[in-house]
Design a binder for this molecule. Structure first.
Ligand SMILES: NC(=O)c1ccc[n+]([C@@H]2O[C@H](COP(=O)([O-])OP(=O)(O)OC[C@H]3O[C@@H](n4cnc5c(N)ncnc54)[C@H](O)[C@@H]3O)[C@@H](O)[C@H]2O)c1
Length: 489
């Protein structure tokens, strides 16, 4: 076929839905995307190296909470969706989207092995008239450095024979409002023709497509978004530490600041960050910049503050037990919620793992309850959760709230537990709880409680005395002001 017609033919096949789409990696990102392609009327080949994943999908089951099994079953039954471990099937695809993991190595450098393996699979099956889209979060330059040469080695010209694009996935597991279809999709191709073809494909199933001028810009969009979150979460975590030292309720401060209609965006402190994105992605950018001899100070500092939060939580537990003449060693601690965020089952990088490890290192006996995580595997050991019974709550010396799932019976927790360390503000401002609740910072009285007289039947715990604040010395005019980097506690 004349080269000029390759693009037009692919565009026509996308428009009339006769194109077949392929998705490599059927996880949190790949499976929802495959379903959107199928819903839009394309035949979809999902390729995954995991036999377990492929077998369960072909049985019409779903291993991803946000994808209903009935949707998978419908498309498997109609023949529109095929999951396979057979890489050779990719040769039938007119467009291939790659959504494989991009973890960090032990050294905190990018582990590109999955992207390289997927790129080699694509290159082996590539042919003229194919669109290739990398969706895995990665450092700027990956599409051009890793994928482009592998396609060119096959004698294919980018922008004429094959079309190569980066498009970051923005899936937010468990988000009831924003999902793959209605979240705008950014994409940037190696050439304008690449961007044009990818825009046509994604416009067929996603409400809004946002083209940018290059793959590097698209790669950086994702890294900016996640670095923005990491830095702001670190800032608000540090604000919690500051408020605690000053004896102020950080949530009261955040609630009031959030009434500002412009120039402020709400972030909440907590026990640390988790998931496959926020703790990892900024390190891809930091690594890339190290190769260019530039130190990414915001990224490094945010990571330092956020990764110290589990330690802050364990100190809170130790102090709270100490107030009751108990030590961490030998105390029973019930951790409530272990997934990295509310109402999902994802344990990856969850701060609960660090909190549990630190508590056990100090001799506590730890159990956990999570309505979304019956058990999980860590370092080759399976840990199983317990049911949230009255006896589990009453026998705990401390209950530590790490994830405030909606499905937890909070009324029962406050009725049966004696001591609760609440890292998520699950119990709000101090209202009538039977249990003693210790939050990340002192809790302000609720507005209603503040207006009424203290209930004499319920002794009000005195707030710990505020450490005196050292007077600030006036800076010498000639010397530039220096700031010490805050050390996480
Ligand atoms: N999970 C999220 O919330 C999220 C959000 C946005 C972006 N991302 C990014 O998307 C990418 C994928 O993440 P995920 O959460 O979907 O991962 P995941 O672990 O849920 O799924 C990845 C799938 O890829 C498969 N796989 C691994 N290597 C393969 C190979 N060579 N060939 C075929 N299949 C292979 C695995 O078996 C697995 O099923 C990552 O780069 C991640 O950073 C994730």
């Amino acid at each position: 076929m004349p080269r000029a017609r390759v693009k037009d033919r692919l565009l026509a096949r996308i428009r009339d839905r006769s194109a077949t789409t392929g998705v490599i990696g059927l996880g949190y990102v790949g499976l929802p995307l495959a379903m959107e392609f199928a819903e839009a009327g394309f035949n979809v080949i999902g390729y995954d190296v995991s036999e377990r994943v492929v077998r369960s999908l072909m049985r019409g089951e779903s291993h991803i909470q946000d994808v209903p099994a009935r949707q998978v079953a419908k498309h498997v039954k109609s023949g529109r969706f095929l999951a396979t471990t057979d890489e050779a099937r990719l040769v039938d695809a007119d467009a291939i989207s790659i959504a494989v993991p991009t973890p960090l190595a032990k050294t905190r450098d990018p582990d590109m092995s999955y992207v390289i393996a997927a790129s080699e699979a694509v290159a082996r099956r590539a042919r003229a008239g194919m669109l290739v889209v990398l969706e895995s979060t990665t450092y700027p330059g990956t599409t051009r450095d890793v994928l482009q040469p592998r396609l060119e080695e096959r004698g294919l010209v980018i922008g004429t024979d094959v079309f190569l694009v980066f498009s970051p996935e923005r899936v937010d597991p468990g988000n009831p409002t924003w999902h793959t279809k209605n979240t705008p999709k950014v994409l940037g191709g190696i050439t304008p023709a690449c961007t044009e073809v990818a825009t046509a494909l994604y416009e067929s199933c996603i409400d809004r497509v946002v083209p940018v001028s290059s793959p590097e810009a698209a790669e950086l969009v994702k890294l900016l978004e996640n670095t923005f979150r990491s830095v702001n979460i670190a800032m608000v975590n540090e604000m919690a530490i500051i408020c605690d030292r000053l004896g102020v309720d950080v949530f009261e401060v955040i609630d009031a600041a959030s009434t500002k209609p412009f120039g402020f965006m709400r972030f909440s402190p907590g026990p640390g960050i988790g998931g496959h994105c926020i703790p990892l992605d900024p390190h891809y950018l930091a690594w890339k910049m190290r190769t260019l001899n530039y130190k990414t100070r915001f990224i490094d500092l945010a990571s330092e503050v956020n990764s110290a939060m589990p330690d802050v939580v364990v100190r809170k537990v130790a102090d709270a037990l100490n107030d009751e003449r108990k030590a961490l060693r030998g105390s029973r601690v019930l951790v409530l919620g272990v997934s990295y965020k509310k109402d999902i089952d994802d344990m990856r990088e969850s701060p609960a793992l660090d909190v549990i490890r630190l508590l056990e290192e100090r001799g506590s006996e730890v159990e956990y309850h999570d309505p979304h995580v019956a058990s999980y595997l860590e370092d080759g050991h399976v840990r199983s959760g317990v049911a949230l019974t009255d006896s589990v709550l009453t026998r705990a010396d401390a209950v530590v709230v790490i994830t405030d799932h909606s499905a937890i019976d909070w009324a029962r927790v406050s009725a049966k537990a004696s001591l609760i360390v609440d890292t998520r503000n699950a119990f709000g401002r101090s209202g009538p709880t039977k249990a003693r609740v210790v939050a990340l910072t002192p809790r302000a009285p609720s507005p209603a409680a503040a207006q009424s007289k203290p209930n004499p039947a319920r002794p009000v715990r005195p707030v710990r005395p505020v450490r005196p604040v050292r007077p600030v010395r006036p800076a010498k005019a000639a010397k530039p002001a220096t700031r010490k980097r805050p050390r996480p506690r």
